[in-house]
Design a protein around this ligand. Structure first.
Ligand code: ZN
Length: 671
């Protein structure tokens, strides 16, 4: 019997990390999967008439053992991996996906859910139960539970071909990114900051190039385009970057993209939808392609106007350098960086001592205290790694959650930053309070000092953590962050706004040695820099999102490149800006289904977070208690218990407008 099958007598029921051994995971998963299968077979095969309790409640509790081991394992495999954990990840992937398709293809189980759904009016369900039933049924229907015979077989074939094509698209992209590099002479290093030179040299060593090189890795090519004064080199690098996946070699993605779009269209039609976008957007807050287009176009117009204004300034700088002709895409970042240094220069090295990790943690906890009355008391481990810190979260003396922070980069951690729940909140079957983890990749130091971007990341992930910790629902299926994709970034992006409240940095951004507050001039520059070059970023983003939508909205285009060209032409794409992700390397939408006809969702969330923060600003108090109480009641504690638009309406009293976003991005003059 592994530790996962025993009762945990640890404080707060934390996993007993010091007793978990890597060799426990495989048998624990096997046992948990067998238990889940037996539970589901019993639910599907029950001789009793279906009731909410014997179908939905039972399904909610059927995978308890699996949740327990998976909650620990998937956190460890992302935050602190090793060879054994990686090998197990590979073994588990097909096992877990087989299990989930077994459940969604279980006809007897679906029949019981369908019976409940058809008779839902007479079941005396609470609104939350009705919502959970609706979502379960929707999940089954959307994966094809209502299809029979040939149509069901064809859907399975389409899905598996799409999985193959998605992997191929991603591998082609990797191959093109790996193959290309441009060697630099010592003279070509002119103008490049030390960190770019260092990474160009180490990339050269890695490729045996006999000198520094530029590669297509974003973290190298973007700073090269920003800093290199050599226009011809910038052009060569930029064009190679833009040609990924479209080089006419064995890794060309253009034909694959066309096949993917055609198969998605077929998949949507098999399931009874007019287009793939209609299928994808149904469970989202946006709901329809028209709503997405409307939002994007309202942002597009002012963004394009701002970008054209900026292009004129940058083109004048190009001409002042003695170069004739128009500003080109390989010029934008270079002249924009020059202009940024002149107008907004911030000395990162002078800034960081005011942003120690401890000071920013105090700031994030203090904001949560002022808004929601939460208190944080640091607790002792053992946790899963010596660098992990833990806090007990309480309110008025009552336990709310355990919060873990794992902040430093290390070899065993994947890149990026994320929030996950090792245990989610629910009330069914006995109250369960959450254990929530924030994982970041900050540079270690003594003390650790953050950049302003790092501090934003810290607040962002903590916003997700609040969504989990304040969750107050009965069913785990809709707990915490289990909400629509275009709604899930609202709490996190919203929380970033409190970092921009001047009083927060005035109070907490203190020099770690002297305790002095950040100089007022530095604070002003810092807060002003956030709107810099937003015309460019918004245009390159929105253009990509509109092309994504056009690909999935009508009949699948036979030639996606032609379609892309038509969309951009129709938009009046500024000459010196290209799509953030052109079709042959648009991994978000072609390597899987996550963001297909969903690339807009980043912008959608941003519209909402700006509008939601405006609700606080309109009261004249960024910590207004009544607004904070509504935020908690209708958004942070509500999980997916109601449709996202209903939750937002109850919080705000109206649907979000784009004005606050445009203002926040500096695309609209203050009115
Ligand atoms: Zn996020």
């Amino acid at each position: 019997m592994t530790i996962f099958a025993q009762d945990w007598t640890t404080p707060f029921g934390l996993p007993p990390f010091d007793q978990i051994r890597d060799e426990d995971f495989a048998p624990a998963f096997d046992a948990a999967l067998a238990e889940a299968r037996a539970n589901i077979a019993a639910i599907a095969g029950s001789a009793e008439d279906p009731t909410f309790a014997n179908v939905i409640d039972a399904l909610e509790l059927a995978e308890g053992a699996l949740d327990r081991v998976a909650g620990v394992f998937y956190n460890l495999s992302g935050a602190d991996s090793n060879d054994a954990r990686e090998a197990l990840m590979r073994d588990l992937a097909p096992k877990m996906s087989a299990f989930s398709s077994e459940v969604s293809n279980n006809k007897a189980l679906f029949a019981r859910i369908e019976t409940l759904w058809q008779g839902r009016e007479g079941l005396g369900l609470t609104p939350e139960q009705l919502r959970v039933l609706t979502l379960y049924r929707q999940m089954f229907v959307r994966s094809g539970a209502q299809l029979e015979g040939e149509a069901a077989e064809r859907l399975t074939a389409v899905k598996s071909r799409l999985a193959v094509l998605g992997t191929q698209f991603s591998q082609n992209l990797l191959a093109d990114e790996r193959d290309w590099f441009m060697t630099l002479d010592e003279a070509d290093l002119e103008g490049l900051p030390e960190f770019v030179v260092t990474s160009a040299r180490s990339a050269g060593t890695e490729r045996d190039a006999g000198g520094p090189v530029v590669t297509l890795n974003r973290s190298l090519i973007v700073p090269f385009l920003q800093f290199s004064p050599h226009r011809a080199l910038r052009q060569r690098a930029y064009e190679a970057w833009g040609a990924r996946g479209a080089n006419g070699n064995a890794h060309d993605n253009r034909v694959i993209a066309a096949e993917i779009l055609a198969l998605r269209q077929e998949r949507a039609q098999l399931l009874g939808y007019a287009s793939f976008a209609d299928y994808k957007l149904e469970p989202e807050m946006a709901k329809t392609p028209a709503a997405v287009r409307d939002l994007l176009m309202r942002v597009w117009q002012p963004a394009r106007a701002k970008a054209e204004e900026d292009a004129a300034v940058l083109e004048a700088m190009l001409h002042a350098d003695g170069i004739a002709g128009p500003l080109e895409p390989w010029d934008w970042r270079y002249y924009s960086e020059k202009r940024r240094r002149a107008e907004h220069d911030l000395d990162e090295a002078a800034l960081k001592p005011y942003l120690s990790l401890d000071a920013m943690l105090a700031a994030q906890f203090d904001c949560a205290n002022r808004l929601f009355g939460l208190e944080f008391r640091e607790i002792e481990g053992p946790f899963y790694h010596p660098e992990v810190r833990g806090w007990e979260v309480t309110r008025n003396g009552a336990h709310v959650a355990v919060f873990l922070g794992d902040y430093f980069a290390r070899g065993s951690k994947r890149s990026g930053a994320w929030c996950s729940a090792m245990r989610s909140q629910r009330k069914l079957g006995g109250a369960v309070r959450p254990i929530v983890v924030n994982v970041c990749n900050f540079a270690k130091g003594d003390p650790a000092l953050l950049s302003y971007d790092d501090a934003r990341t810290l607040f962002h992930e903590f916003g997700h953590a609040l969504h989990q910790m304040l969750s107050d629902v009965t069913y785990g299926f809709i707990s915490g962050t289990s909400v629509a994709r275009d709604f899930v970034e609202l709490p996190s992006q919203l929380y970033e706004h409190w970092l921009e409240v001047p009083a927060v940095l005035e109070q907490h951004a203190r020099h770690w040695q002297t305790g002095e507050p950040m100089p007022a001039e530095m604070l002003k520059r810092l807060l002003a820099a956030s709107t810099y070059d937003q015309g460019f970023s918004t245009v390159e983003f929105v253009a990509s999102a509109l092309v994504d939508l056009a690909f999935h909205e009508g009949p699948a285009p036979a030639d996606p490149m032609q379609k892309q060209a038509e969309v951009l032409e129709g938009l009046g794409m500024p000459r010196a800006i290209r799509m953030r992700h052109a079709t042959p390397h648009f991994a978000h939408i072609f390597t899987g289904d996550g963001y297909s006809s969903g690339y807009y969702s980043y912008m959608w969330s941003e519209v909402m977070d700006a509008d939601a923060f405006a609700a606080f600003e309109e009261t004249g108090d960024a910590f207004d208690p009544a607004t904070a109480a509504r935020l908690e009641k209708f958004i942070l504690s509500a999980g997916g218990s109601e449709a996202a638009e209903d939750l937002y309406l109850q919080f705000r009293g109206k649907m979000p407008g784009v004005e606050a976003l445009l203002k926040g991005r500096g695309l609209l003059e203050e009115v």
